[in-house]
Design a protein around this ligand. Structure first.
Ligand SMILES: NC(=O)C1=CN([C@@H]2O[C@H](COP(=O)(O)OP(=O)(O)OC[C@H]3O[C@@H](n4cnc5c(N)ncnc54)[C@H](OP(=O)(O)O)[C@@H]3O)[C@@H](O)[C@H]2O)[C@@H](O)CC1
Ligand SMILES: Nc1ncnc2c1ncn2[C@@H]1O[C@H](COP(=O)(O)OP(=O)(O)O)[C@@H](O)[C@H]1O
Ligand SMILES: [K+]
Length: 507
């Protein structure tokens, strides 16, 4: 699903009005009716106090439509107009009149702190103060009102965006922003719902298709795309019945050091679980028994050194090399890595200490084969590209970095981001149970395993990250978050492939 900017959404809005020949009031009615239906479905006529806070722009107009419909269906509704300006949008005014006429009540006006209503923890608040039109931080009594709603303990549903959250920048540290429990957002998700610094404000997000112009949405160039099951499924290549293991490629997994051989077991298993035909592993001698015993499906080559990588020499001609997990970064290992990079033309996957060696020996970056996939977590990324001011600057820096070295970068996190230099893809599978040792090693194996099956590196990265998260979701259903360990993610990868093709199950 495309993620559009506020400007693009406004443009989509205009194109829709023109092509459908409808008024903006009609479009507002359509959008806000969907919000009403969602609330009505969930509340089922419950006898609770619903407090609707409306701004004076179109987000406020949406709030007034929701208020009118809830009132019509017998809900206990109190409406507050948050009067931060004397201006009113046209559609706000139309719906203000309609609300008054149909409910026979006047909304209360809030224009200072004394006007704030009491909000009980059992109330249901609707935040329709600001949407995508916020253009400066909320200040004074307005900021206090947002905090008053946050501090009430009441459930808060945000319409389109939590108020105080900009669609295109990170709010300042002390900024007042609604912390919604749930956000019903129009047409496309907003980028800030997925960034580490801002995702906490939106709570659970649901996208409502308000029927904006299909042709516009199809043509428009989006800055980013959200990857869900529908998008991931389109990337999957079914297997030919008449095939053999040679058709699915050979991955060489290189890494490990004394005390860190487990990471190699996790990565290598994931390579074959992701469908690679063959997997060879190159490790220091100390890992021989561990690997042969715990993963007999892999072929094994050892370094001359007992404890670390010093010379990565093999006669193999793998389709992809997956490098770095548990490798350490001693000077001998850096030398071995450099020699490996010099010999390798095919795109590689580089993770963990492979990334740290690149950070500490910048000249190695120029040796990276084109279209290699790098999979840093945020700390590894900082070592690679330096510090950033906020998540938007971080994205700019990553874009430049990926373009400069012609690589693909997977930034791991609650929502992992995949950067190709041209586009950004945001993963929507996975859960906090995956915050556990070794889950990154599993990811690197999955992506490399897909690369060896001739998935383009970018496709392998997108599909691999999605399947990794999907497998994590399946594990969490069976085990809960706490007991989930990274080997489970690898073991359940088969179920993730099956779920990818299954429409009935949520995951
Ligand atoms: N396109 C779509 O998909 C559809 C969109 N729809 C809805 O429209 C919403 C966008 O509406 P919108 O453009 O009227 O902006 P909105 O968020 O209501 O606020 C603008 C007002 O806030 C003001 N203002 C801003 N910052 C401020 C501050 N810190 N402190 C004080 N004032 C501040 C600004 O004033 P100004 O800067 O002019 O002084 C202006 O008056 C969108 O989110 C969705 O809910 C649907 O109805 C239909 C389809
Ligand atoms: N809260 C979360 N939600 C979804 N995925 C998560 C979450 N926390 C971690 N993950 C995923 O788990 C993996 C962790 O990788 P990493 O930090 O490299 O772990 P390790 O170094 O232990 O292998 C990443 O793929 C990340 O996206
Ligand atoms: K809002």
């Amino acid at each position: 699903m495309k993620i559009l900017s506020a400007e693009q959404l406004k443009e989509a809005d205009e194109v829709t009005l023109k092509n459908e020949g409808i008024s903006s009031t009609r479009l507002m009615e359509r959008a806000a009716s969907l919000v009403f239906s969602e609330i009505h479905t969930r509340l089922e006529g419950a006898d609770i106090n619903i407090k609707i806070f409306c701004g004076i722009g179109n987000n406020g107009g949406d709030g007034l439509v929701v208020a009118r419909l809830l009132h019509k269906y017998g809900y206990k509704v109190e409406v507050y107009v948050v009067n931060y300006s004397d201006k009113r949008s046209d559609d706000f005014l139309v719906n203000y009149d309609r609300y008054k006429k149909e409910s026979n009540t006047w909304p209360a006006l809030i224009k200072r702190e004394e006007d704030f209503p009491e909000i009980s923890p059992g109330d249901f608040c609707v935040d329709a103060i600001f949407g995508i039109g916020l253009n400066r931080p909320a200040e004074g009594w307005l900021a206090k009102l947002l905090l008053h709603i946050n501090n009430s303990g009441a459930f808060c549903l945000a319409v389109d965006m939590p108020s105080g959250l900009f669609p295109n920048k990170v709010p300042g540290e002390d900024a007042a922003v609604i912390k919604a429990n749930y956000t019903l957002t129009f047409q496309t998700p907003k980028l800030v719902f997925f960034l580490p610094e801002t995702m906490k404000y939106a709570g659970e997000v649901q996208v409502m298709d308000i029927g904006l112009d299909r042709a516009y949405l199809k043509e428009v160039k989006a800055k980013a795309q959200l990857i869900g099951k529908r998008e991931a499924r389109q990337l999957y290549k079914p297997r030919d019945k008449n095939s053999h293991k040679g058709d699915y490629g050979h991955t060489l997994v290189v890494g490990g050091s004394y005390g860190k051989i487990g990471s190699m077991v996790l990565s290598a298993k994931s390579v074959l679980r992701a469908g690679a035909g063959l997997c060879s592993v190159f490790i220091p001698k100390c890992g021989y028994d561990i690997l042969q015993t715990s993963f007999p499906e892999a072929m094994l080559i050892t370094d001359k050194d007992e404890h670390e990588l010093t010379n990565i020499e093999t006669d193999l001609e793998p389709d992809v090399i997956c490098f770095g997990m548990g490798a350490g970064k001693s000077s001998k290992t850096v030398k071995a890595f450099k020699a490996l990079l010099e010999q390798t033309q095919k795109p590689m996957l580089i993770d963990a200490d492979g990334l740290n060696m690149l950070s500490e020996n910048n000249e190695l970056l120029n040796l990276l084969p084109k279209h290699s996939v790098l999979t840093p977590h945020p700390k590894e990324l900082e070592r690679l590209i330096g510090k950033w001011e906020d998540d938007f600057e971080k994205m700019d820096k990553i874009e430049k970095f990926t373009k400069k070295y012609k690589i693909i970068l997977v930034l791991k996190g609650a929502h992992s981001f995949i950067f190709s230099g041209k586009h950004t893809y945001i993963n929507n599978s996975g859960n906090p149970g995956m915050a556990t040792a070794g889950s990154g090693d599993v990811l690197s194996g999955i992506i490399a395993g897909l690369m060896s099956q001739e998935y383009e590196p970018l496709v392998a990265a997108i599909l691999g990250v999605y399947l990794h998260g999907l497998s994590g979701d399946i594990c969490a259903e069976e085990k809960g978050y706490e007991a989930l360990i990274s080997g489970d993610i690898s073991d359940n990868l088969g179920k993730a492939f099956l779920a990818l093709m299954n429409d009935e199950k949520k995951i």
